[in-house]
Design a protein around this ligand. Structure first.
Ligand SMILES: *[C@@H]1O[C@H](CO)[C@@H](O)[C@H](O)[C@H]1NC(C)=O
Ligand SMILES: *[C@@H]1O[C@H](CO)[C@@H](O)[C@H](O)[C@H]1NC(C)=O
Length: 804
């Protein structure tokens, strides 16, 4: 305040000086905004007026139109501030600013001019019209872009007026002041660093206007900048690569993965949409991506066997056209959805039963498109068959035999090859091969029995079938076609083929000739069964043929010997007791068994009451005491009967003499005397027979020797040559039933010692020393006594017969 006062005083001094030269004029200088009543100047003193004069002169201040800021205090003769003086209101920007007063006095009228100059004080801060400004600036605004700011106003003038601006912060913008032609300044904000909405969407700056006062005053304005988005950010995937797995055959709609990209931009610039961009493969058909959510789902069929991996290229784009790409690597997980595939590369449909072990019958290839254990395949075949399967190399198998085959045991095999993989659950497939085992002739025919025995009743018709041998051959077809062959052997020196024949086809054994039990009771031969294989196999069996007896021989009485004249008699003394053994009828029957069981019966008797014949033993005994009345000459007829069906019999006459002495007998038996003729005849016949036999014997001998020599020379031609036919009649005897005769097989010698006038001995004996061979073609016939059959009529029955 003291400073001001000094300034005023200086001004006052100058005014006073001028006042003295001009008519009453004074100037003052005061700062504005002085308090009411503040002293402006001692006008009385400065004008050199007396206070009394002021009073008397009714001094007044005249201000014209302007308001009265200053009043005159007449008592003190000073000018005082009457009202607050605001320089800015009074003068605005005009400088200097002064208030002009006139002081008028009456009596005399005096007139004084007072000029009060008003000094500016810094009483106004710079100010903005609005305290806030808003800008919307795109983040893409170029560096250097200018934005005009509002200017500040400061009512003060001079140094107190607006001096400078300050913009804070200065990260993005600088303040630039530009002088205008009218002296004012244009305030601009210049972008010096690009904006980034993504970093800072709103910027708040403060513009400060500062004046030059002391102390300086300032005014501020807030600048709010909203950074507008520009599509300056591409979407960015959260990962460079996504990974996902999916099992094959997964259902459509299965979610694989979700990709996500972010875009820092705003609004549509930041709206991301996803798409799949694969073009070369079929990925777009198999996968689908949700445009908005980025969820990748399966839309097609996944087959591990076709593709094990997928690479999905995904793109995220914003609406502004910026994009980012990423990929999803999809690994397909195998599912055991493929059964092994079995392919038969080659196979044989049949093999021989004698094939060696390890013979390959089929080659098989197996593959399973699945992976790992799902594709690991094991093959096997059904059990209990003589085959095995071997893995030869990867995926290849061979089916081989592993033990011996036998068509007779199994002629066909169904081999099921089953291959399974190791998946869980395991899948399998199988094929069946049918293998035929072809026959090899490895089985000989086998007869149903180890030996055969058959019976045939003698006197059969030639050609009669006796029985059948049967052999079976386990082989097949030709190898099993059995033919029967009679093995060449001989029975009693005769080829067996003259006894029997075998039908090659049927095995029926036929009798070739009629058999005579009394000649041959049984014989044995071999029959061979041979199959049709090559080489053929055969086996043989013994066949024993037993000939059964027929009652074809009548009993033959050996004793008593029958003669035409009954000279022979048994003596029974008259003293003989009951049961006296008179004689015994001895008979034989060449048949056998029942047919030779003989029984004896008394057929006729002179006195039936005197004798009986033992049924079994043929003993003739007395059955009562012989009396004198009984005639000397008794004649009994005994019938000897065999037990055959029908039975055959022979009768024998037994002469019995009941006498005590021989003469008595003689006298009685005069009619028993020999007939001389008979005796002579008998002698003659005996001599003749002896001669004939001797002749035949010698002839036989000669023939045999010739034959032997002939055979020795051409032994092989024997049967083809025509031997001289030698009709031969064995010295057999015709017998009547009434006489006891012996057959050749028996050799009896019966001699009567008592009454040996006659020699009734017969020798009948089979001969084996001498053999007579007869040519089959010979027409020789031979009469057989026992059977009325002519065996030599049979054309192909060579017969060896020898009798003496
Ligand atoms: C093999 O299979 C065929 C056809 O299925 C059948 O007829 C035949 O009897 C079978 N063979 C064997 C030995 O099982
Ligand atoms: C019959 O077969 C046996 C072996 O079974 C053999 O020893 C015999 O010699 C054969 N006989 C004939 C006559 O073939």
């Amino acid at each position: 305040m003291s400073d001001r006062t000094m300034t005023r005083q200086v001004l006052l001094f100058i005014s006073v000086l001028s006042l003295s030269s001009v008519h009453g004029q004074v100037s003052y200088s005061i700062p504005e905004e002085m308090a009411k009543g503040s002293l402006v100047g001692n006008i009385a003193q400065d004008l050199g007026l007396d206070i009394k004069r002021l009073k008397s002169g009714k001094a007044r201040i005249y201000t014209g139109d302007s308001a009265e800021y200053i009043e005159l205090n007449k008592e003190r003769g000073v000018l005082l501030i009457k009202d607050r003086i605001d320089r800015e209101a009074l003068c605005g920007q005009t400088t200097p600013c002064a208030v002009h007063l006139q002081i008028t006095l009456e009596d005399p009228i005096e007139f004084y001019s007072v000029t009060v100059e008003i000094h500016d004080i810094n009483d106004n801060a710079p100010s903005f019209k609005k305290n806030e400004m808003k800008f919307r600036i795109s983040e893409s605004a170029m560096v250097g872009a200018k934005f005009v700011l509002e200017r500040a106003m400061d009512l003060d003038v001079g140094v107190n007026g607006l001096q400078s601006y300050l913009l804070k912060p200065t990260d993005n913008f600088l303040l630039k002041l530009q002088n205008q032609p009218d002296g004012s300044k244009k305030v601009e904000m210049v972008l010096q660093k690009p904006l980034d909405r993504e970093k800072q969407e709103h910027l708040f700056l403060t513009l400060t206007a500062i004046d030059g006062g002391d102390p300086p005053l300032s005014g501020t304005m807030q600048i709010e900048i909203t950074v507008l988005d520009a599509n300056d950010n591409a979407p960015v995937f959260t990962q460079e690569m996504y990974k996902a797995t999916i099992t094959e055959n997964a259902a459509k709609g299965t979610v694989l993965s979700t990709v996500s990209a972010s875009d820092a931009d705003d609004g549509s610039n930041g709206r991301v949409s996803y798409s799949i961009t694969n073009t070369l493969d079929d990925v777009p058909e198999i996968f689908e991506i949700n445009e908005d959510s980025g969820i990748v789902v399966l839309s097609g069929h996944i087959d591990y066997e076709k593709a094990r991996h997928y690479e999905i290229h995904v793109q995220a784009s914003d609406d502004g056209g910026l994009s980012d790409s990423s990929k999803i690597i999809i690994d397909v997980i195998d599912v055991n959805d493929n059964s092994p595939i079995i392919i038969i590369m080659s196979k044989s449909s049949s093999i021989a039963e004698d094939s060696v072990s390890n013979t390959v019958i089929a080659m098989i290839s197996v593959n399973d498109p699945d992976s790992d254990s799902n594709g690991q395949v094991h093959c096997g075949i059904n059990e209990n068959i003589p085959f095995t399967i071997k893995s030869t190399s990867n995926g290849f198998y061979s089916l081989v035999t592993d033990s011996d085959l036998d068509r007779e045991r199994a002629s066909e095999y169904n081999i099921s090859v089953t291959c399974s993989d190791e998946g869980v659950p395991s899948l399998s497939s199988s094929v069946t091969l049918t293998l035929q085992i072809s026959d090899v002739n490895d089985n000989a025919p086998v007869f149903e029995r180890s030996s055969y025995e058959a019976y045939i009743i003698e006197n059969n018709t030639p050609g009669l079938s006796i029985f059948t041998v049967k052999a079976r051959d386990a082989d097949w077809n030709q190898n099993a076609r059995v033919s029967y062959i009679l093995d060449d052997s001989s029975v009693n020196g005769v080829p067996v083929s003259s006894y029997v024949s075998v039908s090659a086809e049927s095995g029926v054994i036929h009798a070739v000739r009629s058999f005579d039990y009394e000649q041959i009771k049984d014989f044995q031969f071999w029959v061979k069964a041979q199959d049709g294989g090559s080489p053929p196999l055969s086996s043989n069996v013994t066949v024993k043929i037993m000939i059964q007896d027929q009652n074809d021989n009548a009993p033959q009485v050996l004793y008593p010997v029958q003669t035409s004249s009954s000279l022979v008699a048994e003596m029974v003394p008259r003293s003989a007791d009951v049961g006296y053994l008179v004689t015994k009828v001895v008979a034989v029957d060449v048949d056998s068994g029942q047919n030779a069981w003989l029984s004896y019966k008394l057929q006729k008797a002179t006195d039936r009451a005197l004798f009986e014949v033992g049924l079994q033993n043929g003993e003739i005994r007395t059955i009562r005491q012989v009396t004198d009345k009984d005639t000397v000459k008794q004649r009994l007829t005994v019938v000897v009967e065999d037990n055959g069906q029908p039975s055959r019999s022979a009768t024998v006459n037994v002469n019995v003499a009941v006498a005590d002495s021989f003469p008595e007998v003689l006298s009685e038996f005069t009619d028993f005397t020999h007939d001389k003729d008979y005796n002579d005849n008998l002698t003659f016949y005996l001599v003749l027979a002896l001669a004939v036999v001797s002749f035949l014997f010698i002839t036989c001998l000669v023939v045999i020797i010739s034959v032997k020599i002939y055979r020795w020379r051409q032994s092989r031609v024997l049967y083809h040559s025509n031997l001289p036919v030698i009709p031969y009649y064995p010295p057999r005897y015709a017998d009547t039933l009434g006489t006891g005769t012996l057959q050749h097989v028996y050799n009896y010698e019966v001699c009567r010692t008592t009454d040996s006038k006659k020699s009734d001995c017969k020798f009948v004996r089979p001969c084996s020393q001498n053999v007579l061979i007869m040519d089959p073609s010979s027409t020789g016939t031979m009469q057989r006594m026992q059977s009325e059959q002519n065996i030599l009529d049979e054309p192909d029955s060579p017969l060896e017969v020898c009798y003496i």
